[in-house]
Design a binder for this molecule. Sequence first.
Ligand code: SP5
Ligand code: ZN
Length: 350
Amino acid sequence: MSTFFQKVPVLYNPIHKKHHPRYEYDRGEQIAYQEVPRRIESALEALSTLPFVDIFQNDKLVPIDFLCEQHDSAMIAHIQKISREAARTPGEKDTYLYPWIYPLNARMREKLLDSPDAAGCFAFDLYAPIGQHTWEAVWQSASLAVQSAEMILEGQTRLAYALCRPPGHHAGVRMMGGYCYLNNAALAAQKLLTLGRGAILDIDYHHGNGTQEIFWDRSEVMFVSLHADPSDEYPFFSGFDDELGGPQAVGTNQNFPLPKGCDDRLYLNTLAKAIEKINQYQPHWLVLSAGFDTISEDPSTFFELTPAAFPKIGEMIRALDIPVVVVHEGGYAVEQNGILSAALLNSLYT
Ligand code: SP5
Ligand code: ZN
Protein backbone atom coordinates (compact mmCIF):
# COMPACT_ATOMS: atom_id res chain seq x y z
CA MET A 1 0.00 0.00 0.00
CA SER A 2 1.33 3.44 -0.87
CA THR A 3 2.06 5.85 1.97
CA PHE A 4 -0.29 8.20 0.13
CA PHE A 5 -3.34 6.44 1.52
CA GLN A 6 -2.21 6.05 5.09
CA LYS A 7 -3.97 9.36 5.60
CA VAL A 8 -7.74 9.61 5.95
CA PRO A 9 -9.42 10.72 2.72
CA VAL A 10 -11.96 13.54 3.00
CA LEU A 11 -13.95 13.81 -0.22
CA TYR A 12 -15.20 17.17 -1.41
CA ASN A 13 -16.41 18.97 -4.51
CA PRO A 14 -17.16 22.73 -4.72
CA ILE A 15 -20.21 22.24 -6.97
CA HIS A 16 -22.39 22.15 -3.84
CA LYS A 17 -22.06 25.94 -3.57
CA LYS A 18 -24.19 26.39 -6.69
CA HIS A 19 -27.16 24.86 -4.85
CA HIS A 20 -28.34 27.56 -2.49
CA PRO A 21 -32.08 28.08 -2.14
CA ARG A 22 -32.90 31.38 -0.44
CA TYR A 23 -36.06 30.45 1.45
CA GLU A 24 -37.74 27.81 3.52
CA TYR A 25 -41.13 27.88 5.16
CA ASP A 26 -41.52 27.58 8.91
CA ARG A 27 -45.22 26.82 9.37
CA GLY A 28 -46.05 29.05 6.42
CA GLU A 29 -43.69 31.87 7.34
CA GLN A 30 -40.89 32.51 4.86
CA ILE A 31 -37.48 32.42 6.54
CA ALA A 32 -33.88 32.07 5.31
CA TYR A 33 -32.93 28.59 4.05
CA GLN A 34 -30.94 26.98 6.88
CA GLU A 35 -29.04 24.44 4.79
CA VAL A 36 -26.37 26.84 3.46
CA PRO A 37 -23.11 26.28 1.52
CA ARG A 38 -20.98 27.66 4.37
CA ARG A 39 -21.85 24.55 6.44
CA ILE A 40 -19.66 22.38 4.25
CA GLU A 41 -16.99 25.04 3.68
CA SER A 42 -16.66 25.30 7.48
CA ALA A 43 -16.21 21.54 7.73
CA LEU A 44 -13.72 21.53 4.84
CA GLU A 45 -11.59 24.21 6.52
CA ALA A 46 -11.56 22.47 9.90
CA LEU A 47 -10.90 18.99 8.49
CA SER A 48 -8.05 20.42 6.36
CA THR A 49 -6.18 21.39 9.52
CA LEU A 50 -6.07 17.78 10.81
CA PRO A 51 -2.57 16.39 10.17
CA PHE A 52 -3.80 12.92 9.17
CA VAL A 53 -6.31 14.15 6.57
CA ASP A 54 -5.94 14.26 2.78
CA ILE A 55 -8.57 16.33 0.99
CA PHE A 56 -9.63 14.77 -2.32
CA GLN A 57 -11.55 16.78 -4.82
CA ASN A 58 -13.71 14.05 -6.32
CA ASP A 59 -14.90 14.68 -9.87
CA LYS A 60 -16.20 11.18 -10.62
CA LEU A 61 -19.95 10.80 -10.94
CA VAL A 62 -21.64 7.56 -9.98
CA PRO A 63 -23.63 5.98 -12.86
CA ILE A 64 -27.35 6.85 -12.85
CA ASP A 65 -28.11 3.11 -12.92
CA PHE A 66 -26.43 2.76 -9.53
CA LEU A 67 -28.63 5.54 -8.10
CA CYS A 68 -31.68 3.71 -9.47
CA GLU A 69 -30.91 0.67 -7.29
CA GLN A 70 -32.04 2.69 -4.21
CA HIS A 71 -34.31 5.30 -5.77
CA ASP A 72 -37.20 5.16 -8.21
CA SER A 73 -35.80 6.09 -11.64
CA ALA A 74 -38.82 8.37 -12.13
CA MET A 75 -37.66 10.48 -9.16
CA ILE A 76 -34.13 10.74 -10.55
CA ALA A 77 -35.51 11.82 -13.95
CA HIS A 78 -37.79 14.27 -12.14
CA ILE A 79 -34.94 16.05 -10.30
CA GLN A 80 -33.05 16.37 -13.60
CA LYS A 81 -36.14 17.65 -15.42
CA ILE A 82 -37.10 20.24 -12.80
CA SER A 83 -33.48 21.48 -12.67
CA ARG A 84 -33.59 22.05 -16.44
CA GLU A 85 -36.95 23.75 -16.04
CA ALA A 86 -35.57 26.08 -13.35
CA ALA A 87 -32.76 27.05 -15.73
CA ARG A 88 -35.36 28.09 -18.30
CA THR A 89 -37.59 29.99 -15.89
CA PRO A 90 -37.62 33.67 -16.86
CA GLY A 91 -37.25 36.47 -14.37
CA GLU A 92 -34.71 36.27 -11.57
CA LYS A 93 -31.82 34.18 -12.83
CA ASP A 94 -31.60 31.85 -9.83
CA THR A 95 -35.09 30.46 -9.52
CA TYR A 96 -35.95 27.57 -7.22
CA LEU A 97 -39.10 25.63 -7.93
CA TYR A 98 -41.03 24.71 -4.78
CA PRO A 99 -43.76 22.10 -4.32
CA TRP A 100 -47.16 23.52 -5.00
CA ILE A 101 -49.38 20.47 -5.40
CA TYR A 102 -48.60 17.29 -3.45
CA PRO A 103 -49.87 14.21 -5.33
CA LEU A 104 -51.07 11.69 -2.75
CA ASN A 105 -51.73 8.74 -5.04
CA ALA A 106 -50.46 7.26 -8.29
CA ARG A 107 -53.06 8.91 -10.51
CA MET A 108 -52.45 12.35 -9.03
CA ARG A 109 -48.73 11.91 -9.56
CA GLU A 110 -49.10 10.63 -13.11
CA LYS A 111 -51.11 13.70 -14.09
CA LEU A 112 -48.99 16.14 -12.12
CA LEU A 113 -45.73 14.82 -13.62
CA ASP A 114 -46.91 16.05 -17.03
CA SER A 115 -48.05 19.42 -15.73
CA PRO A 116 -46.14 22.70 -15.81
CA ASP A 117 -45.95 22.68 -11.98
CA ALA A 118 -44.56 19.24 -11.16
CA ALA A 119 -42.10 20.36 -8.45
CA GLY A 120 -44.19 18.72 -5.71
CA CYS A 121 -43.99 15.25 -7.26
CA PHE A 122 -42.03 13.05 -4.80
CA ALA A 123 -41.77 15.85 -2.19
CA PHE A 124 -43.12 15.21 1.31
CA ASP A 125 -42.45 18.78 2.49
CA LEU A 126 -41.30 22.23 1.28
CA TYR A 127 -37.64 21.83 2.30
CA ALA A 128 -36.29 20.43 -0.99
CA PRO A 129 -36.81 23.01 -3.74
CA ILE A 130 -35.06 22.50 -7.07
CA GLY A 131 -32.94 25.12 -8.87
CA GLN A 132 -30.90 25.01 -12.06
CA HIS A 133 -27.83 23.54 -10.31
CA THR A 134 -29.63 21.29 -7.84
CA TRP A 135 -29.30 18.12 -9.90
CA GLU A 136 -25.53 18.49 -10.43
CA ALA A 137 -25.02 19.23 -6.73
CA VAL A 138 -27.18 16.30 -5.64
CA TRP A 139 -25.50 13.87 -8.07
CA GLN A 140 -22.03 14.91 -6.93
CA SER A 141 -23.04 14.76 -3.26
CA ALA A 142 -24.16 11.16 -3.72
CA SER A 143 -20.99 10.44 -5.67
CA LEU A 144 -18.81 11.65 -2.77
CA ALA A 145 -20.43 9.09 -0.48
CA VAL A 146 -20.13 6.26 -3.02
CA GLN A 147 -16.50 7.10 -3.85
CA SER A 148 -15.67 7.09 -0.13
CA ALA A 149 -17.08 3.57 0.07
CA GLU A 150 -15.15 2.63 -3.05
CA MET A 151 -11.87 3.69 -1.39
CA ILE A 152 -12.62 1.30 1.46
CA LEU A 153 -13.44 -1.52 -0.97
CA GLU A 154 -10.13 -0.94 -2.74
CA GLY A 155 -8.34 -1.35 0.59
CA GLN A 156 -6.93 2.16 0.46
CA THR A 157 -8.26 3.10 3.89
CA ARG A 158 -10.51 1.93 6.75
CA LEU A 159 -11.92 5.40 7.39
CA ALA A 160 -13.19 8.02 4.94
CA TYR A 161 -15.28 11.19 5.24
CA ALA A 162 -17.70 12.39 2.55
CA LEU A 163 -18.46 16.13 2.71
CA CYS A 164 -21.93 15.65 1.27
CA ARG A 165 -24.18 18.59 0.52
CA PRO A 166 -27.12 18.44 0.03
CA PRO A 167 -27.57 15.96 2.89
CA GLY A 168 -29.44 12.71 2.28
CA HIS A 169 -31.05 10.82 5.16
CA HIS A 170 -34.61 12.11 4.62
CA ALA A 171 -34.61 10.96 0.97
CA GLY A 172 -36.34 7.62 0.38
CA VAL A 173 -37.11 5.34 -2.54
CA ARG A 174 -39.55 7.82 -4.08
CA MET A 175 -39.58 10.74 -1.68
CA MET A 176 -37.55 13.87 -1.05
CA GLY A 177 -37.69 16.43 1.73
CA GLY A 178 -35.85 17.88 4.71
CA TYR A 179 -33.10 19.41 2.50
CA CYS A 180 -32.48 15.90 1.04
CA TYR A 181 -32.87 14.63 -2.53
CA LEU A 182 -30.83 11.42 -2.79
CA ASN A 183 -29.82 9.23 0.14
CA ASN A 184 -26.02 9.53 0.25
CA ALA A 185 -25.63 7.13 3.20
CA ALA A 186 -27.80 4.45 1.59
CA LEU A 187 -25.82 4.67 -1.63
CA ALA A 188 -22.51 4.31 0.25
CA ALA A 189 -24.01 1.32 2.10
CA GLN A 190 -25.08 -0.31 -1.14
CA LYS A 191 -21.49 -0.12 -2.37
CA LEU A 192 -20.11 -1.53 0.89
CA LEU A 193 -22.39 -4.58 0.73
CA THR A 194 -19.61 -6.16 -1.37
CA LEU A 195 -17.91 -6.69 2.01
CA GLY A 196 -20.97 -8.43 3.46
CA ARG A 197 -23.56 -7.21 5.90
CA GLY A 198 -23.20 -3.80 7.50
CA ALA A 199 -24.82 -1.13 9.62
CA ILE A 200 -25.84 2.50 9.26
CA LEU A 201 -25.74 4.56 12.45
CA ASP A 202 -27.60 7.87 12.19
CA ILE A 203 -26.72 10.53 14.78
CA ASP A 204 -28.49 13.47 13.13
CA TYR A 205 -31.05 15.21 15.40
CA HIS A 206 -33.84 14.22 13.02
CA HIS A 207 -34.93 10.67 12.27
CA GLY A 208 -33.44 9.32 9.03
CA ASN A 209 -36.80 8.31 7.64
CA GLY A 210 -35.45 7.89 4.11
CA THR A 211 -32.69 5.52 5.15
CA GLN A 212 -35.13 3.53 7.30
CA GLU A 213 -37.51 3.20 4.38
CA ILE A 214 -34.82 2.06 1.93
CA PHE A 215 -33.54 -0.73 4.20
CA TRP A 216 -36.87 -1.50 5.93
CA ASP A 217 -37.21 -5.06 4.67
CA ARG A 218 -33.54 -5.80 3.93
CA SER A 219 -31.81 -7.89 6.58
CA GLU A 220 -28.30 -7.31 5.16
CA VAL A 221 -28.23 -3.73 6.44
CA MET A 222 -29.05 -2.74 10.03
CA PHE A 223 -30.30 0.83 10.48
CA VAL A 224 -29.86 2.33 13.95
CA SER A 225 -30.87 5.91 14.73
CA LEU A 226 -30.76 8.27 17.71
CA HIS A 227 -32.99 11.30 17.22
CA ALA A 228 -35.58 13.65 18.68
CA ASP A 229 -38.83 11.84 19.54
CA PRO A 230 -41.03 12.08 16.43
CA SER A 231 -44.13 12.44 18.60
CA ASP A 232 -43.18 16.13 18.88
CA GLU A 233 -40.42 16.72 16.35
CA TYR A 234 -39.79 16.57 12.61
CA PRO A 235 -40.40 14.35 10.62
CA PHE A 236 -43.31 13.35 12.95
CA PHE A 237 -44.36 10.27 10.92
CA SER A 238 -41.40 7.98 11.53
CA GLY A 239 -38.69 7.23 14.07
CA PHE A 240 -40.76 5.53 16.79
CA ASP A 241 -39.16 2.73 18.80
CA ASP A 242 -41.65 0.08 17.65
CA GLU A 243 -40.46 0.37 14.03
CA LEU A 244 -38.29 -2.75 13.88
CA GLY A 245 -38.16 -3.63 10.16
CA GLY A 246 -40.24 -5.53 7.62
CA PRO A 247 -41.18 -9.24 7.76
CA GLN A 248 -37.89 -10.30 6.16
CA ALA A 249 -35.82 -8.06 8.45
CA VAL A 250 -37.42 -7.88 11.89
CA GLY A 251 -34.94 -6.38 14.38
CA THR A 252 -32.63 -4.84 11.80
CA ASN A 253 -34.23 -1.42 12.32
CA GLN A 254 -33.67 0.17 15.73
CA ASN A 255 -34.87 3.62 16.71
CA PHE A 256 -33.86 5.45 19.87
CA PRO A 257 -36.14 8.49 20.22
CA LEU A 258 -34.93 11.03 22.78
CA PRO A 259 -36.74 13.91 24.51
CA LYS A 260 -36.16 17.57 23.80
CA GLY A 261 -33.52 18.87 26.21
CA CYS A 262 -31.49 15.66 25.90
CA ASP A 263 -28.00 16.24 27.38
CA ASP A 264 -24.60 14.58 26.88
CA ARG A 265 -25.19 12.03 29.62
CA LEU A 266 -28.53 10.73 28.33
CA TYR A 267 -27.30 10.85 24.75
CA LEU A 268 -24.10 8.89 25.38
CA ASN A 269 -25.88 6.32 27.56
CA THR A 270 -28.38 5.77 24.75
CA LEU A 271 -25.62 5.62 22.15
CA ALA A 272 -24.00 2.83 24.19
CA LYS A 273 -27.24 0.82 23.85
CA ALA A 274 -27.44 1.58 20.12
CA ILE A 275 -23.84 0.49 19.60
CA GLU A 276 -24.53 -2.70 21.56
CA LYS A 277 -27.30 -3.52 19.05
CA ILE A 278 -24.85 -2.92 16.21
CA ASN A 279 -22.23 -5.13 17.87
CA GLN A 280 -24.69 -8.00 18.24
CA TYR A 281 -25.45 -7.80 14.53
CA GLN A 282 -21.73 -8.30 13.73
CA PRO A 283 -21.50 -5.91 10.79
CA HIS A 284 -18.49 -5.83 8.47
CA TRP A 285 -18.68 -2.08 7.95
CA LEU A 286 -20.43 1.04 9.23
CA VAL A 287 -21.83 4.10 7.51
CA LEU A 288 -22.17 6.98 9.97
CA SER A 289 -24.87 9.50 9.05
CA ALA A 290 -23.19 12.35 10.87
CA GLY A 291 -25.52 15.20 11.69
CA PHE A 292 -24.33 18.00 13.97
CA ASP A 293 -27.73 19.51 14.75
CA THR A 294 -27.82 17.85 18.19
CA ILE A 295 -25.64 20.62 19.62
CA SER A 296 -27.29 23.09 22.03
CA GLU A 297 -26.30 26.06 19.83
CA ASP A 298 -28.24 24.73 16.84
CA PRO A 299 -30.91 27.32 15.95
CA SER A 300 -33.52 24.84 14.72
CA THR A 301 -33.35 21.97 17.24
CA PHE A 302 -33.84 21.23 20.93
CA PHE A 303 -31.07 18.96 22.26
CA GLU A 304 -28.46 20.26 24.69
CA LEU A 305 -25.32 18.43 23.62
CA THR A 306 -21.95 20.10 24.23
CA PRO A 307 -18.99 19.83 21.85
CA ALA A 308 -17.39 17.45 24.38
CA ALA A 309 -19.89 14.76 23.38
CA PHE A 310 -18.43 14.40 19.89
CA PRO A 311 -14.99 12.96 20.78
CA LYS A 312 -16.83 10.47 22.99
CA ILE A 313 -19.18 9.52 20.14
CA GLY A 314 -16.15 8.95 17.92
CA GLU A 315 -14.37 6.79 20.51
CA MET A 316 -17.41 4.58 20.97
CA ILE A 317 -17.73 4.03 17.22
CA ARG A 318 -14.01 3.40 16.81
CA ALA A 319 -14.30 0.58 19.36
CA LEU A 320 -16.44 -1.35 16.84
CA ASP A 321 -13.18 -1.80 14.96
CA ILE A 322 -14.72 -1.99 11.46
CA PRO A 323 -14.29 0.22 8.37
CA VAL A 324 -16.28 3.46 8.61
CA VAL A 325 -17.59 5.86 5.99
CA VAL A 326 -18.70 9.14 7.55
CA VAL A 327 -21.41 10.95 5.57
CA HIS A 328 -22.13 14.57 6.47
CA GLU A 329 -25.84 15.20 7.20
CA GLY A 330 -27.45 18.14 9.09
CA GLY A 331 -26.09 20.89 11.37
CA TYR A 332 -27.37 24.48 11.24
CA ALA A 333 -25.19 26.30 13.76
CA VAL A 334 -23.06 26.93 10.71
CA GLU A 335 -19.53 27.16 12.15
CA GLN A 336 -20.15 24.20 14.45
CA ASN A 337 -20.01 21.99 11.37
CA GLY A 338 -16.25 22.61 11.32
CA ILE A 339 -15.56 22.28 15.03
CA LEU A 340 -17.67 19.16 15.49
CA SER A 341 -16.74 17.29 12.31
CA ALA A 342 -13.06 17.75 13.17
CA ALA A 343 -13.62 16.57 16.74
CA LEU A 344 -15.53 13.55 15.46
CA LEU A 345 -13.05 12.54 12.77
CA ASN A 346 -10.10 13.06 15.12
CA SER A 347 -11.60 10.65 17.65
CA LEU A 348 -12.54 8.11 14.98
CA TYR A 349 -8.93 8.09 13.80
CA THR A 350 -6.81 8.44 16.91
C1 SP5 B 1 -30.88 16.91 7.14
C2 SP5 B 1 -31.71 17.64 8.16
O1 SP5 B 1 -31.25 17.90 9.26
N1 SP5 B 1 -32.91 18.05 7.77
C3 SP5 B 1 -33.78 18.71 8.67
C4 SP5 B 1 -34.96 19.22 7.94
C5 SP5 B 1 -36.05 19.71 8.85
N2 SP5 B 1 -35.78 20.97 9.38
C6 SP5 B 1 -36.91 21.49 10.08
C7 SP5 B 1 -36.54 22.78 10.72
C8 SP5 B 1 -37.76 23.43 11.34
C9 SP5 B 1 -37.37 24.48 12.34
N3 SP5 B 1 -37.56 25.80 11.83
C10 SP5 B 1 -36.41 26.70 11.91
C11 SP5 B 1 -36.62 27.74 12.96
C12 SP5 B 1 -35.60 28.84 12.86
N4 SP5 B 1 -35.54 29.59 14.07
ZN1 ZN C 1 -31.19 16.97 11.03
